[in-house]
Design a protein around this ligand. Structure first.
Ligand code: CTP
Ligand code: CA
Length: 227
C-alpha cells in the first residue's frame, strides 16, 4: 500500500468519513437496513488519506477489508454511528457517505420473535426515526467541521432532490448520485457535486476515480481558504 504523504495538500487536516449501511435490530437474528456496499465511502477515506489527511472511517457492516492508513471504527446502528462521529470531533472535514437507516424498530425484542406470533402472523412493527447524522453535525455549534459534505442517492430528479437536501441538512456540498442504473454494489458511479454557488457534473467513472476527484476538490477548497 502507498505510504501516507506527510506533505500532501491535506496534511494536518483531520477528516471523518461514514460509510456502509447501518443495521437496526428487530430481534437478535433480524434487522432492517439499506443496500450499501461501502465501496464509495471506503474509496473516499483512502483518497483523502493519500492526500495527507488524518482520516477516521466510521463504518457500518460491510464485507470490505479495512483500508490501509486510516483509523477504523466499526459500528452497527445509526445511534452508534452518530456517537462515533461525535467522539471524533473536532475535525476539519466530515463526509457522510453512509446509507443510514431512516428508522429503527421502537422496541427490539431480546428474544427471537416467533414466525407465528399470533394466529394472524406478526402484525405490524412500530418504527421510530433515527437521528440524522449529517444534519446533526452540520448544525453543531462550536465543533462544526469547516467542510461538511453529504451524499444524495436518488433514482429520479436527481439534482432537484439533492439541492433540497443541501438546504435541509445544512451541509456545504451535496454529492448527487444517480442510482437508477447498476450503481448499488457496482464499481462505477456518476456524480454531480452541488455547492451553494454552482454545480459540477462528472462523467460516469470508477468509484476510486470518483473518490480521487472529490478528494482533490476538497484539497483545493482548503488551499483557497488559506490563500
Ligand atoms: N444521512 C444521515 N443520517 C440519516 C439519514 C441520512 O447522516 N439518518 C445522510 C446520508 O449519509 C447522506 C445524506 O444524509 O449523506 C442524504 O441521505 P438520504 O437517505 O439520501 O436522505 P434522507 O434525508 O434520509 O432522505 P430520503 O431517504 O427520504 O431520500
Ligand atoms: Ca434516507
Amino acid at each position: 500500500h502507498l505510504a501516507k504523504p506527510i506533505d500532501g495538500p491535506l496534511a494536518g487536516k483531520k477528516a471523518v468519513v461514514t460509510a456502509g449501511p447501518t443495521r437496526e435490530a428487530l430481534d437478535p437474528v433480524r434487522y432492517i437496513s439499506n443496500h450499501s456496499s461501502g465501496k464509495q465511502g471506503y474509496a473516499i477515506a483512502t483518497a483523502l488519506s493519500r492526500l495527507g489527511a488524518d482520516v477516521t472511517l466510521v463504518s457500518g457492516p460491510t464485507s470490505l477489508p479495512q483500508p490501509a492508513g486510516v483509523n477504523f471504527v466499526q459500528v452497527e446502528t445509526a445511534v452508534q454511528m452518530l456517537d462515533a462521529v461525535k467522539s471524533e470531533l473536532p475535525s476539519d472535514i466530515f463526509i457522510s457517505v453512509a446509507a443510514v437507516a431512516d428508522w429503527r424498530p421502537a422496541e427490539p425484542s431480546d428474544v427471537k420473535i416467533k414466525a407465528k406470533t399470533t394466529k394472524d402472523g406478526l402484525g405490524s412493527i412500530t418504527l421510530v426515526e433515527n437521528p440524522d447524522i449529517l444534519k446533526t453535525i452540520s448544525h453543531m455549534k462550536g465543533k462544526r467541521p469547516s467542510l461538511v459534505v453529504g451524499f444524495a442517492a436518488e433514482t429520479n430528479d436527481v439534482e432537484d432532490h439533492a439541492q433540497g437536501k443541501l438546504e435541509r441538512k445544512g451541509c456545504d456540498w451535496i454529492v448527487a448520485n444517480d442510482v437508477s442504473g447498476d450503481v448499488m454494489g457496482g464499481s462505477e458511479n456518476e456524480i454531480a457535486i452541488i455547492k451553494r454557488d454552482g454545480i459540477e457534473r462528472l462523467p460516469r467513472m470508477d468509484k476510486s476515480a470518483v473518490a480521487q476527484n472529490l478528494a482533490l476538490r476538497i484539497a483545493e477548497n482548503f488551499s483557497t481558504i488559506k490563500a
